[in-house]
Design a binder for this molecule. Structure first.
Ligand code: C2E
Ligand code: MG
Ligand code: MG
Ligand code: MG
Length: 289
């Protein structure tokens, strides 16, 4: 109860709170890992798709595929929670295969001009076997690899840059392209941009949250956009939620946008409507973007 709890904290100091929170997290992860090990991956996991739009006219340029888990034991679990657990437990490789199959099946049903961005973990490309599996799945699917963008994060690359480079070159040789996700967070070495076969940078949404009120965030985003233009990279800004953010990004010369303002990630059944009808979007996109 509350009185006891505060007496305890007073008595034992702040470290107790930390330990208890830490212990709760550890237990949470253990529960997730157990549910994940027992899961029927193909049945419980699915993909949601979030449009990436061109700033000029709001056309859908591609969709990012995002993993969704509905566990019979735990209900809906966020990827922010289960992806790290899947990575630590080694289950991610199997999960990636299941999800990639679903993404490829979706692509087969959709018009040729629609592309998908698919997130990979470092574990997925850390071994030759893992990489070969991804290549085999793409080739077996009959989907043109040019319709696939593999998104990797900087933390994905930091362990062994030479190895990562070989893996990304192999994916590019297949015909897919590579996007560097969450750019600006984590290790953010510009040498990744220079030495890896990357076509696209995705600016992390942490810079976007306060872009209309924080001059520093705006400067950072603008300089990344300029960098992309100079290096002939596609630049996607993610996490756009408001008109004010969209306006600031238009002014900064942003070419591709993703965020709740345009659409939340949607189940596949709802996409057909998006393909047919225009995306619900602000009437005016960036003029002269
Ligand atoms: P991410 O790859 O950076 O994906 C973008 C995340 O931002 C998604 O969260 C998306 O729903 C969210 N988002 C998009 N627009 C907005 C916005 O306007 N506002 C806010 N607040 N959020 C927005 P989600 O789906 O929860 O995924 C979280 C992360 O989990 C992803 O970040 C990615 O790192 C990882 N993830 C998701 N699916 C997969 C997967 O299939 N494989 C792997 N390896 N990782 C995945
Ligand atoms: Mg991503
Ligand atoms: Mg991202
Ligand atoms: Mg992210």
């Amino acid at each position: 109860d509350a009185a006891l709890y505060s007496a305890k904290t007073l008595h034992r100091g702040g470290a107790v709170c930390y330990d208890e929170a830490h212990e709760a997290r550890r237990r949470g992860r253990a529960v997730l890992e157990q549910a994940l090990r027992g899961a029927d991956l193909a049945a419980e996991f699915d993909l949601a798709f979030q449009p990436i739009v061109t700033a000029g006219d709001g056309r859908i340029a591609s969709y990012e595929a995002l993993a969704r888990w509905t566990s019979p034991l735990l209900g809906r679990v966020s990827p922010a929670d289960f992806i790290p657990v899947a990575e630590r437990s080694g289950l991610i490789v199997e999960l990636t295969a299941v999800l990639l199959r679903k993404a490829l099946a979706a692509l087969r049903r959709w018009p040729e001009e629609i592309r998908i961005s698919f997130n990979l973990s470092s574990h997925d490309i850390a071994s030759a076997d893992g990489l070969a599996r991804i290549e085999a799945l793409v080739l077996e699917s009959g989907v043109a690899p040019s319709r696939i963008v593999f998104e990797v994060t900087e933390s994905c690359l930091v362990n062994d840059m030479a190895e990562a480079r070989r893996a990304l070159l192999a994916l590019r040789a297949l015909g897919a392209s590579i996007a560097l996700d969450d750019f600006g967070t984590g290790y953010s070495s510009l040498s990744y941009v220079q030495h890896l076969p990357i076509r696209t940078l995705k600016i992390d949404r942490s810079f976007v949250a306060d872009i209309d009120t924080n001059a520093a965030s705006l400067s950072i985003v603008r300089s990344i956009i300029d960098l992309c233009r100079a290096l002939d990279l596609t630049c996607i800004v993610e996490g756009i939620e408001t008109e004010a953010q969209r306006g600031a990004l238009c002014a900064a010369g942003c070419s591709h946008m993703q965020g709740f303002l345009f659409s939340r990630p949607l189940p596949q059944a709802e996409l057909a409507a998006l393909h047919a009808v225009a995306l619900p979007r602000p009437a005016a996109m960036c003029t002269a973007a």
